[in-house]
Design a binder for this molecule. Structure first.
Ligand SMILES: NC(=O)c1ccc[n+]([C@@H]2O[C@H](COP(=O)([O-])OP(=O)(O)OC[C@H]3O[C@@H](n4cnc5c(N)ncnc54)[C@H](O)[C@@H]3O)[C@@H](O)[C@H]2O)c1
Length: 440
């Protein structure tokens, strides 16, 4: 394929050289001659192990070119990959000036360049951009430039996951190749372009692809800070946290795994809140701060408050709460966020009927019973083991239960509004009128 790469910094120069090494005809474009010059002379414009050799090979083979002229790059090109910078503004927002400029350069160059034989050209953002950039910003720039004869554009987001210093190795071995587009032709073009990687190309919604890169980087940053907070607190207790974390990462079922990484409702139960409070107390007595861990308690509280606010903002006073324990298949109600939610809603004067498949007030004992008695003294009166009975006359259902009886009841007796806390209710429930996911 003929590929134009806009922006020849770390991402663009690695991308251009690797695609050229795999047989594509690549034209790199940069507004900065300090990037273009070295490539035309067969050198890498950035310091990246192995890149100098790859650029030299690509240029010698006649498959890698660099220019400041977008027209030369666009001439008969099938794909443009936009790899320009997206720096932070002083306020922390993403500066999309270079994205706009590159898209405009492409659209204007199409007026003077020969179109590809197919007449179709994919404009693909590889820079990291906020959700909505391709749909709103890129589309707006394309709408502002009059259409060019012979060129039809399709757009996509295809985030890049390489790290500086291991850019080539990461390019050839990405964790995934994700293309966000609603244009099937762009999906096919990128599947062909990256076919040599031997990785399945996942075609998803544009905004999913845009958000994914932020999710990855936010998670990586969180991991670093989590490990550092472990070190900061446990060193006061003579603990070598390198040893703790060496063993910690060996747990690939709960620690380093998909577990606990589904958006949904707040955490709770008899251990997580209690032990988190203990660690935060250790920090306080040592006059140190663990803002990441303190923040997890704060964000957990916001998750509950958000649901209360959404209920209050809507109509109706009759609520069916389907699911009470903090997770599936337990009757432990200690620090269950659903108990907390029920308590707040009852406190605000809502009428609740609560269904839980397992919780039976007459069988609760010990700390579990004490917790429920203090939080929900009238549980016996409002609890039922029949979800249809809970839903009868309800204006709103708040659902964390995912058992078949709960799903069946929602489908046969749908309330006007459903707030889904688990995201596991299935397509049929999600298609009900008045369905809302708690975070989707
Ligand atoms: N650096 C990384 O490790 C990395 C990894 C993954 C994703 N990203 C993302 O990729 C994007 C690029 O990052 P980078 O580190 O390669 O940036 P960079 O600053 O090294 O390079 C960007 C290049 O774009 C050029 N440019 C600006 N406007 C242009 C235009 N209209 N036409 C052509 N060239 C233009 C600049 O002159 C510059 O050379 C950013 O959004 C970044 O967040 C970076």
């Amino acid at each position: 394929m003929k590929v134009a790469v806009f922006g020849l910094g770390y991402v663009g120069s690695v991308t251009a050289a690797c695609l050229a090494a795999n047989g594509h005809d690549v034209w790199g474009v940069d507004v900065d001659t300090a990037k273009v010059g070295p490539i035309t002379e067969g050198h890498s414009p950035v310091v990246e192990p192995g890149l100098d050799e790859l650029v030299a090979d690509g240029v010698a083979a006649g498959r890698l070119h660099a220019t400041t002229d977008p027209r030369l790059a666009l001439e008969r090109a099938d794909v443009s990959l936009i790899c320009v910078g997206t720096p932070s503004t002083a306020a922390g927002s993403t500066d999309l000036t270079y994205i706009r400029r590159a898209v405009r350069d492409i659209a204007e160059a199409a007026h003077v360049a020969e179109p590809p034989e197919s007449g179709f050209h994919s404009i693909v953002v590889r820079s990291t951009v906020p959700p909505g950039t391709v749909d709103d910003v890129v589309a707006q720039v394309l709408a502002d430039v009059p259409a060019a004869d012979g060129f039809t554009f399709g757009t996509a987001m295809c985030p890049e996951f390489l790290r500086e210093g291991s850019g080539l190795a990461d390019f050839y071995d990405p964790p995934f190749v994700v293309v966000g587009t609603r244009n099937a032709k762009v999906g096919t073009a990128l599947t062909d372009l990256f076919g040599f990687l031997g990785v399945d190309v996942q075609v998803v919604d544009v905004r999913t692809a845009e958000a994914l890169k932020y999710a990855c980087n936010a998670f990586h940053a969180t991991k670093v800070s989590f490990a550092n907070e472990m070190g900061r607190i446990f060193r006061y207790y003579g603990v070598d946290s390198r040893e703790v974390m060496r063993i910690f990462v060996q747990d690939t079922s709960l620690n380093i795994s998909p577990y606990y990484l589904r958006p949904g409702f707040a955490f709770g139960g008899s251990c997580l809140p209690k032990d988190l409070r203990s660690v935060l107390h250790l920090a306080r007595v040592n006059d140190t701060d663990l803002p990441l861990l303190a923040g997890t308690l704060a964000t957990n509280e916001l998750t509950v408050r958000d649901v209360v606010d959404r209920v209050v903002a809507g109509p109706g006073r009759e609520i069916a709460l389907l699911g009470l324990s903090f997770k599936h298949a337990t009757d432990d109600l200690r620090e269950s966020p659903s108990v907390e939610l029920a308590e707040r809603l009852i406190g605000k004067g809502y009428n609740l009927r609560i269904y839980d498949a397992i919780v039976n007030p007459s069988r609760l004992v010990g700390a579990n019973l004490r917790h429920v008695t203090s939080k929900l003294p009238h549980l016996q009166r409002v609890l039922t083991d029949d979800p249809i009975a809970a839903l009868a006359g309800a204006d709103l259902a708040i659902v964390s239960a995912t058992d078949t009886a709960a799903v069946h009841a929602l489908l046969t007796t749908p309330p006007a509004r459903t707030i889904d806390l688990s995201g596991r209710l299935g397509d049929a429930v999600e298609a009900l009128p008045g369905y809302e996911g708690v975070g989707w």
